[in-house]
Design a protein around this ligand. Structure first.
Ligand SMILES: NC(=O)c1ccc[n+]([C@@H]2O[C@H](COP(=O)([O-])OP(=O)(O)OC[C@H]3O[C@@H](n4cnc5c(N)ncnc54)[C@H](O)[C@@H]3O)[C@@H](O)[C@H]2O)c1
Length: 254
């Protein structure tokens, strides 16, 4: 799918994988709208990225705010790509050390942001794409973000792993659902990437995480995620698939 002259929506675009993807998509000639929380650095980041970038403050679980973000994108050009990177972790044990059951509120909140937020963003973006014209036989491409935690969630990751497994599960269904409208859907499942999400860990932990990756034995670079997202958008045969991007890591229980 060619993006030049069209627009792309990148959620979580103020930071990490989303920011690198926004930078990469700007190179294609697209208008790029960064969606992120109002308190994020989205406005400064969009300013720095130049005239074809804009910031739309929105929580991805909020239908009205996401419709407004899509209006911002469509005012700049027809929506041709969604790269949905917004998400966050949140530790939770099923049963805590003192025997208390894990918090239902915490579980619900992490699933809400990561899974419900993905569905909300995907349904609204797909509806805009479906109403648009075809370009070389396609109306749009949606790239979602899961995690290797969808397959090998570690102890303490039960809400995050559940949500990301939900994103993997929706991928083929969404691709089938949107096939007749010529809209593709793929998901990227990153391993360990060097983004602010890992900043709260000390250098020693980050080093040992990097060493646990077989090859290349280092944290992934956000630009490597962005390169795959751009390739998914370009390659019309990629559809309905979740692609692990992880240097062949298989996470241990803890
Ligand atoms: N970095 C990794 O190692 C890694 C590994 C696997 C999966 N992921 C996934 O990749 C995605 C991007 O992560 P990242 O590493 O770039 O993290 P990040 O913290 O750098 O960026 C995430 C962005 O999402 C935004 N965000 C969070 N909740 C939001 C909401 N409700 N509405 C709108 N924006 C929201 C945050 O403000 C932030 O700017 C996430 O879905 C994360 O789960 C990351």
């Amino acid at each position: 799918m060619r993006l030049d002259g069209g627009s792309a929506l990148v959620t979580g675009g103020a930071s990490g994988l989303g920011l690198a993807t926004a930078e990469r998509l700007l190179e294609t000639g697209a208008h790029v709208v960064l969606v992120d929380l109002p308190a994020s650095a989205g406005a400064e980041v969009a300013d720095r990225l130049g005239a074809r970038a804009a910031f739309a403050p929105a929580d991805v679980t909020d239908p009205a705010a996401m419709e407004a973000a899509l209006d911002t994108a469509e005012a700049r050009g027809p929506l041709r790509a969604l790269v949905h990177c917004a998400g966050r972790g949140g530790p939770l044990r099923l049963v805590s050390r003192d025997g208390t059951p894990g918090s239902l509120e915490t579980y619900t909140e992490i699933v809400r942001v990561n899974l419900i937020g993905t569905f909300n963003t995907l349904r609204l973006a797909a509806a805009r794409m479906a109403a648009g014209d075809e370009v070389e036989g396609e109306r749009g491409v949606c790239v979602l973000t899961a995690s290797v935690a969808a397959y090998e969630g570690q102890i303490g990751q039960i809400p995050y792993a559940s949500a990301k497994a939900g994103v993997v599960g929706m991928t083929i269904v969404a691709a089938r659902d949107l096939a007749s409208r010529h809209i593709r859907v793929c998901t990227i499942a990153p391993g360990l990437f060097d983004t602010p999400i890992l900043n709260r860990l000390g250098d020693d932990v980050r080093r040992s995480l990097a060493e646990s990756i077989p090859n290349p034995s280092r944290l992934g670079r956000p630009q490597e995620f962005a390169a795959l997202a751009a390739h998914v958008i370009e390659n019309p045969m990629l559809n309905g698939e979740t692609i692990r991007l992880d240097g062949s890591i298989r996470m241990q229980p803890r």
